[in-house]
Write a protein that binds this ligand. Sequence first.
Ligand SMILES: [Zn+2]
Length: 341
Amino acid sequence: MSTAPTSAPAANSTATSVPTKIERQASGMQGTIQSGNGNAKPVNWESEIQLVSSLAKLQELERKIHEIRQFVPAGLLEPIVPISSSNTVSTNNPAAETPAILRNDLEHAAHDRLASLEQFQSLWRSPEMKPVWAHVEARLGEANGQILQPTGMWEKDYDVLLAELTKAEKGKEDERLREEEDAERTKALSSEGEWTAVIERFEQRNVPGVRVMKGQNQTSLAIALSRAGMVFLVAGVRDYNSSAVSGWQVSSRVAPGRSTTKLEQAVLECLNSRPRKWDLAFLLDMIASYADIKQTPCIKCAQLTNNAAQLPTIRRAQSTQPSTDDKSRLFVFDAFHPSCA
Ligand SMILES: [Zn+2]
């Protein structure tokens, strides 16, 4: 009966006055970080992916701690092992032949371990760990110094969990983009006379080196790229059994007696394998991106021609958020060599 009142304060005082090892490390390191680094970025601790990625970082640090524990003495003395026990000698792990070589090997072993240790320290103190340590400290404070994971073990592989979560997030994002494009397409297809308006808006921009020639009906036109010396024909494709244009097909127009060049062929292939096939504004911007093909270097290798003497014929749209006013939306394209794409 008398044990309860005396043991309770004792337990409490142990919890508050003897901080756990993690807490000591966390707060010790925290001090050094705060003095060096200003304020941490605000972190949303309600986000599951944030929690999981932080746990993955902590787990990785702990894995490295186990690695570091092997440094002394095993890691430092590694060069001696093949000398003391001949059955560990191999071509990759030869025994040092002279004391000078052994000394050199020992020096290397020490140097490598020290570099790993420094790398570990900078990871521990990195700006991206800062909010994580602050959170750990706050939670330990709330828990009155009790260890947060009662088993003292990692119950999950957080890097695996993080990969799964990231994949799921990406799936959701792809789905959202698909829905957005579906809505845009429906809107574009349902507006009467929209094609003419798209072409007019494009013409008004007067893109240098690009000339639009209207065809016989509002769903056919030609675009001449004077500097590149190419002319493309664009025609609306109608669905079978329907009068609505569902996409746009591009072909190249060559002078009589001349055949399509390799360059034209490569550009045409890229144009006809584009996304958003229903989007005329996207197509016009994409064709216009070839206006200076002979002066536009590849964004990846920064060269105009690659080893095969090819120009950057691949175009990839930069991701743009749809603007509130769809009509003023411009698509910007990056140029790549086929070998760099
Ligand atoms: Zn390139």
